[in-house]
Write a protein that binds this ligand. Structure first.
Ligand code: ADP
Ligand code: MG
Length: 321
């Protein structure tokens, strides 16, 4: 397939074409030199971008469907962590080839999540090269309502959505060529968009966990100028980790990346909101600790003893754990 054919296929099969789409606020979509988007009065634009490279951000054998799904999911997760409402996406593809079947599956994966969240694809770029997918997600928020990393205060509760450590466990099993019953924890992260929106006005700080709980909590603590205490037995885990010993399980939960769950801090006066968010968003929410004075993270086990985690998370250009 040639470049322009591929773009045509993307244009035809994603819901928004070059013509205007008032429902999505698209004045001009795919097909011209740039898209024109209408930001409603009284709203601010929120922008995030993330690249997924084959072999680094997803295993080489990941399906086209899942690559597209994950690329959109990780970007929607960034918007969710700000409390924003996703609206538009721009997609840059670097592809070694452009087989019809691969492109078809890629579009299907993209569409399934885009439709769920009302995201219109409004442009992008297509080149040939090593497999790499880059996406820019654009969303809306009321002025000043964004959730940031800098607002945590001593005494706030530390809360995490979903379960953590599962994606890293799947990756290790795949690397060790061990059987994995279900890869979805790694391949299809669920962006917590509704939860992020619900947290606006309540959470004092928020981040999505992409590089591991300790690494990402570290960003919140540095931005907020505080420390934190984590109760290890309260960390939520998936069934995949159930059979492991405590230390191995904690290391996955503290340092494993790729879960794309939200980690937020909540002033105690809003504690009763947690129950209603669980109901409204059908999301598991666990209070795993609290913010305290000082700096850094302290972890305590069920016996109340301090635990020093082995790794702190994934960093590009850093040493691999
Ligand atoms: P230009 O050379 O002006 O940048 P392109 O030929 O790269 O234009 O793209 C033509 C149109 O197709 C543009 O509207 C662009 O946004 C869109 N487009 C290109 N690649 C993609 C893609 N992978 N996904 C969505 N839209 C794309
Ligand atoms: Mg141009």
């Amino acid at each position: 397939m040639k470049e322009f054919q591929l773009i045509r296929q993307i244009q035809q099969e994603t819901s928004v074409s070059s013509s205007a789409d008032s429902r999505h606020g698209v004045k001009l979509g795919i097909g011209d030199d740039a898209a024109v988007l209408e930001v409603p009065a009284g709203q601010h634009l929120v922008a995030a971008t993330d690249t997924l490279n084959a072999g680094t951000h997803f295993p080489e054998d990941t399906s086209a469907y899942d690559i597209a799904y994950k690329c959109l999911a990780v970007n929607l997760s960034d918007l969710a962590a700000m409390g924003a409402t996703p609206r538009w996406a721009l997609l840059s593809l670097s592809l070694p080839g452009a087989e019809q079947e691969w492109v078809q599956a890629f579009i299907a994966g993209f569409k399934s999540l885009a439709q769920e969240h009302g995201v219109a694809l409004v442009g992008g770029d297509t080149t040939s090269g090593p497999l790499s997918v880059s996406l820019t997600a654009l969303g809306l928020i009321k002025p000043g309502a964004q959730l940031m990393r800098s607002g945590a205060r001593p005494g706030d509760l530390l809360v995490v959505s979903g379960s953590i450590g599962g994606a890293a466990r799947v990756l290790d099993l795949l690397k060790g060529r061990e059987p994995v019953s279900d890869r979805r924890l790694l391949d299809r992260p669920q962006p917590r968009v509704r939860l992020g929106q619900a947290l606006v006005g309540f959470a004092s700080a928020c981040i999505d966990i992409s590089d591991g709980l300790l690494a990402d909590l570290g960003h919140v603590l540095r931005a907020s100028g505080c420390g934190a205490l984590i109760h290890l037995q309260k960390l939520p885990h998936d069934e995949l980790l159930a059979g492991l010993g405590d230390r191995q399980k904690w290391d996955y939960q503290l340092s494993g990346g790729d879960d794309y769950e939200l980690l937020f801090t909540l002033p105690r006066r809003h504690e009763e909101m947690i129950q209603s968010w669980r109901r409204e968003t059908e999301t598991r929410l666990s209070v795993i600790g609290e913010i305290e004075d000082g700096e850094g993270v302290r972890c305590t086990g069920p016996d109340g003893l301090a635990y020093d985690p082995q790794y702190t998370g994934f960093e590009h250009f850093g040493r691999q754990p």
